[in-house]
Design a binder for this molecule. Structure first.
Ligand code: SF4
Length: 232
């Protein structure tokens, strides 16, 4: 399988220490992608070597987190990694952009926590990220939220200029999840260089948007480089 790398993190899976596996390849080209080098692939590694990394980490992590790229692009390998992590007594987290609802439904029983990207309101995907996948993402969300054993985080990277606070309000009316996270756009490394000039929204700006949607959603968090995660 293709991966960008592996690392240990206490930030990726809330409340857990994880072995994070960053998978290569993604069918989307979000203009603000902060992992553009992963869109086309990564380094080829064997599943056996990934299993060994899990074995080596088992003493000091309690979970395995798969991020990307888009992990489900490598469905068979991801399924095997999730199953292996479970067999070692570890919890599992899966990040996805929601483009593969059917495949997602086949591996959900192996995922304790899913972070689902909600890039924008479902009817604005073509306009904002250039891919008309809003219906698929909605279907993914519905599948996960109907699966009580899996914790669902929906998350949006707020990019001023590409979206407005009203878009976040529309998202908050359209989604159903256990927690919603509003992430700060960072302009240091992005796919579309024209976004280099867009300043990151301030923690204060994100907090204001978070407070606006709090009455609609049960649990709202913001995530910024300055202060990490804050519950609103
Ligand atoms: S932001 Fe995520 S979904 Fe979008 S292109 Fe990058 S890796 Fe793919």
């Amino acid at each position: 399988m293709k991966i960008g790398g592996t690392f240990i993190s206490s930030l990726d899976y809330p409340g857990r220490i994880s072995l994070v596996i960053s998978t290569g390849g993604c069918p989307l080209k979000c203009p603000y992608c902060h992992n553009p080098e992963l869109i086309d692939g990564g380094d080829e590694v064997s599943l056996i070597s990934i299993f060994k990394k899990i074995d080596d980490a088992t003493e000091f992590v309690d979970s395995v987190a798969l991020t990307g790229g888009e992990p489900i692009l490598q469905f068979n390998a991801v399924k095997e990694i999730l199953a292996y992590a479970k067999s070692r007594g570890l919890e599992t987290k899966l990040d996805t952009n929601g483009i593969y609802p059917e495949k997602l439904s086949e591996i959900l029983y192996l995922a304790d926590y899913v972070s689902l990207d909600i890039k924008c309101p479902f009817d604005k995907y073509s306009e904002i990220i250039g891919a008309d996948i809003g219906k698929k993402v909605k279907k993914s969300m519905e599948i996960i939220s109907s699966y009580p054993e899996t914790f669902l985080e929906c998350r949006t990277t707020y990019v001023p200029g590409l979206m407005k606070p009203e878009d976040i309000k529309q998202i908050s009316r359209e989604i159903k999840c256990d927690v919603y996270t509003l992430q700060q756009f960072r302009n240091r490394k992005v796919l579309d260089s024209s976004l280099d000039k867009i300043p990151s929204p301030s923690p204060h700006e994100l907090k204001k948007i978070g407070e606006m949607i709090k009455p609609i959603l049960n649990k709202v968090k913001i995530k910024t480089a300055e202060f990490g995660e804050e519950i609103i």
